[in-house]
Design a binder for this molecule. Structure first.
Ligand code: F6R
Length: 606
């Protein structure tokens, strides 16, 4: 995820900015840059160390802003790296977040003669500030006026050559923390970067701005109302801050699910029309109108997301869809019909099997699409078109927030393709409404963390688990079992609940608990019958059910309720309690859940 770091004071800013960027490296990034008004701009693609060779004694100044970029709009390149300047390179900005109306703003600015050199949504901010700066001659006024034109999220820092001792910052949805030193001030998206210099910090709230100079700081609202805030003392060490106060990145990333759901859908839902706007698929829209068959492929969790996508797409597009493990698809000798599109799902965009499957199907002349989290990764580059997840980098090895975003992007794709292939406006509007409400509902799911922890404690002593689900939640049974295996090394199997009586039921006894995913959906009664079968054999059952379901309480041993949602979206809400369950069991068993043994974040070998 992008990182911001800025300094104003009396010391040489360049080594301070460089160290700040080094501390932010753990967030994940693909390019970086620094602006010091007296010295200029430096940018690099790849690691922050690439800046080092240019930071000589002549790259000097007592203020500056810097950034690590994790690409969302436009590939990792020097042009797209921050800081971004205005037309005359008078002022520069660094930005975290997403400008939803950037295309609109970009078109307007270009018509007025602005030269925009990058593909990013962020650069337009520099040009709007420029317009207001020319008029108001005050950077502070220019920033607040510019931000009134912006829809979306931002944490920004702005610095100009004409007043190099003043940094203006603002926050809406993306964190900004001020570091209060003695005659020097810092700004960062993450307190870890300021901790080496000061323990006194102020976290800006949404809608707040601040001006930092060597003489002090001032906080005010977008409407220039003064805000008085006292600095707080942080006594965490840097490692704790990086994890946002959580013990593990896995938990931090699970807790990010509501933000991820908001970010992945940002600017993509056209709720009133019951449609989705997916810019990355615009170029192949014509081909997608005539697509006859879809094959979804991926590995591990990404494949399970694909299985959920299969149910969503089949239900609303009428197009035959199959999901196939990439490691199998690459060796299948089927000759795919023309009119088939292959959709690869991959967080890293580098998984060797998924890439090989895409290359193989491309050889057959098929249209290839991607749902990829890492911008400009190999799969993103090699597919014909695709959709980025915008989930931010995932540091924990086991997929959590990326999986959640994959499911949501598949729901958006269902809207996008569905409305081309006969999905009614009413059905579209219902699904769009469901997607828009997901972040709030996910907040409610996360409130159950304490209860899930207590349940995990009770179950952490068992050595075998069966996970059951049906239809939309059939793949979530596999995903829940996979998560538990990965981080707790407990044997767990996912099964379609209807399949239980064809074998696995033989294993059930009081030492073999079952986790059942039972939303109030079209197969609810069937799931209840399957749970009865487990109970009749003395099996313990932990169920995930829809809020308000009183019947289930009487039947099972433990239950966690999740809010009701659109049937196709139930896997999104059901998956997070299972991630939490696996997390707590893994931690209780004493394992490092961020780095499970024998696993790698990106599997680039066959
Ligand atoms: C499970 C997990 C893996 C990945 C799989 C695919 O928690 O992380 O199963 O989902 O290795 O990786 P990507 O999505 O990077 O292709």
């Amino acid at each position: 995820m992008c990182g911001i770091f800025g300094y104003v004071g009396t010391k040489n800013a360049s080594p301070i900015l460089f160290n700040g960027l080094k501390t932010l490296e753990y967030r994940g990034y693909d390019s970086a840059g620094i602006f010091i008004p007296e010295a200029g701009v430096l940018k690099t693609v790849g690691v922050v160390d690439g800046l080092l060779e240019h930071i000589g004694s002549n790259f000097f100044g007592t203020s500056g802003i810097s950034h690590t970029r994790w690409a969302t709009h436009g590939v990792p390149s020097k042009e797209n790296a921050h800081p971004h300047g205005d037309c005359s390179s008078e002022l520069f900005i660094v930005h975290n977040g997403i400008v939803e109306n950037y295309q609109e703003l970009r078109d307007r600015l270009t018509k007025k003669g602005h030269t925009i050199v990058s593909d990013t949504d962020s650069e337009v901010l520099a040009h709007i500030v420029e317009e207001h700066f020319l008029r108001t001659k005050s950077l502070e006024r220019a920033v607040t006026s510019a931000l009134k034109e912006v829809r979306g999220t931002y944490g920004i820092a702005v610095l100009s050559k004409s007043d190099p001792n003043t940094i203006v910052v603002a926050r809406m949805g993306s964190p900004i923390v001020l570091g209060i030193g003695d005659g020097e001030y810092f700004v960062s998206s993450d307190a870890s970067a300021v901790l080496g210099y000061t323990k006194q910090v102020i976290y800006l709230n949404d809608g707040e701005c601040a001006t930092l100079t060597p003489k002090g700081y001032r906080i005010f609202t977008l409407r220039h109302k003064k805000r008085t805030r006292r600095p707080t003392d942080i006594d965490w060490d840097i490692e704790e801050v990086k994890k946002g106060g959580y013990e593990y990145f896995m938990l931090k990333e699970i807790m990010e699910a509501p933000d991820v759901l908001a970010d992945s859908a940002r600017g993509r839902l056209v709720s009133e029309k019951g449609m989705a706007r997916l810019g990355g698929l615009e170029d192949v829209k014509g081909k997608l109108k005539h697509v006859k068959r879809i094959v979804i492929t991926g590995c591990g969790s990404a494949y399970y997301a694909g299985l959920v996508g299969r149910s969503m797409l089949e239900a609303y597009t009428g197009i035959p869809v199959e999901a196939e493990l990439a490691s199998e698809l690459r060796y299948r000798s089927v000759v795919f019909d023309k009119g088939t599109a292959v959709l690869a799902i991959s967080q890293s965009g580098e998984t060797a099997d998924t890439l090989a499957a895409i290359r193989e199907t491309k050889r057959h002349g098929l249209l290839t699409l991607g749902i990829v989290n890492v911008v400009d990764s190999t799969i993103a580059r090699e597919t014909d078109a695709g959709v980025y997840n915008h989930a931010g980098p995932e540091i924990g090895v086991a997929s959590t927030k990326a999986f959640v975003s994959q499911l949501e992007v598949l729901a958006l794709l269902t809207l996008f393709l569905g409305r081309m292939h006969g999905m009614s406006k009413k059905d579209g509007a219902e699904l769009a409404r469901g997607i828009a409400r997901l972040p709030k509902k996910m907040d409610e799911v996360l409130k159950e963390a304490g209860r899930i922890k207590r349940i995990a404690k009770k179950y952490s002593k068992y050595n075998n688990f069966l996970f059951l689900g049906r239809t939309y939640n059939f793949p979530i049974a596999f995903e829940g079992a996979l998560k538990l295996k990965e981080v707790s090394y407990i044997h767990a199997e996912g099964y379609g609940a209807g399949e239980m009586k064809h074998g696995p039921i033989a294993m059930i006894d009081k030492s073999f608990p079952t986790v059942a995913i039972v939303p109030k959906d079209s197969v609810y009664e069937k799931m209840i019958s399957n749970i009865e079968e487990v109970k009749a054999r003395d099996g313990k059952v932990f169920a995930l059910a829809s809020r308000g379901d009183k019947k289930i309480e009487k039947l099972v041993d433990d239950v966690v309720y999740v809010p009701k949602t659109h049937e196709a979206l139930t896997p999104i809400l059901m998956t997070v309690p299972l991630q939490l369950f696996a997390y707590y069991v893994g931690v209780m068993r004493g394992y490092n859940v961020d780095r499970p043994r024998n696993l790698a974040k990106s599997v680039t070998v066959e």
